[in-house]
Design a protein around this ligand. Sequence first.
Ligand code: 13P
Length: 304
Amino acid sequence: MTSRELLIRDINALRRERDAVILAHNYQIPDVQDVADHVGDSLELARIAARIESRTILFCGVYFMAETAYILSPRKTVLMPDPSAGCPLADMVGLKQLNELKNRYPDAHTVCYVNSTAELKSEVDVCCTSANAVKVVQALNGFRPIVFVPDRCLGDYVARVTGKTLHLARGFCPTHHRILREQVLKQKERHPGAEVIVHPECTADVIDVADHVASTSGIIRRARESQAAEFIIGTEEGLLHRLERENPGKKFYPPSDLCVCPNMKKTTLEKVLWSLESMEHVITVDEPVRKKAAAALERMLEFA
Ligand code: 13P
């Protein structure tokens, strides 16, 4: 047996013993995606976390995702193999920026992208993910202004699609910001028949040259359904693993080799095993904050 096979054997034995389900985001390294019970985008993983029966959720992703799982499922033990896997976008906008926007637009609906802290979620009306942001904003009553935090790129994209005015915070995803329009256009020159699909955390000038804009699982769905044989994928490179595995005849190109989220790569098979052995690191949120954040997340799940 190789050391990888041994690790997988031990993980499989322990996950049964601990009654644990392993959830992995689409950006995780291939080994971790392959050992997970469910791989998905933020919305799919939040939905699974809200409804699964198992006692333990082992979350392979970044901190806000594990926190979201706990917020929706507080009776379960939520573990993260490496809790230092943060999200710079989530940490960019705190209550100070949200409160400034609320003071400027006191009647506003407040919408918070899930890539945010539990504290921020606890102070808004409703959450959204990249998969349902347009639906959530469309569902809001038309006359009140809308404050959207923390991602200004997703907010700008939603504003353009819905035709609504959104008052935005200043956050952005450093990984998606490394995707440049010129790189996408250069790839398009090399592969003229390729369809361009990008994540809405990309900047507006990248979104403008895309054929489709979608969440990570939305990108997978579009690639599966499309007649095209080649695709330029504007998001974190971890998504290419599923795209290639699920579409053997098709080719996928990243705009460059810089679309890597270092936090998403922190979780390894060794850390997954260690986490199940030691039942660490347990992720929780203080109950008053959790309750309020849960209300905003549950509203999202009802809306979209
Ligand atoms: P998805 O919800 O599309 O998976 O995106 C999560 C994310 O963090 C994108 O950077």
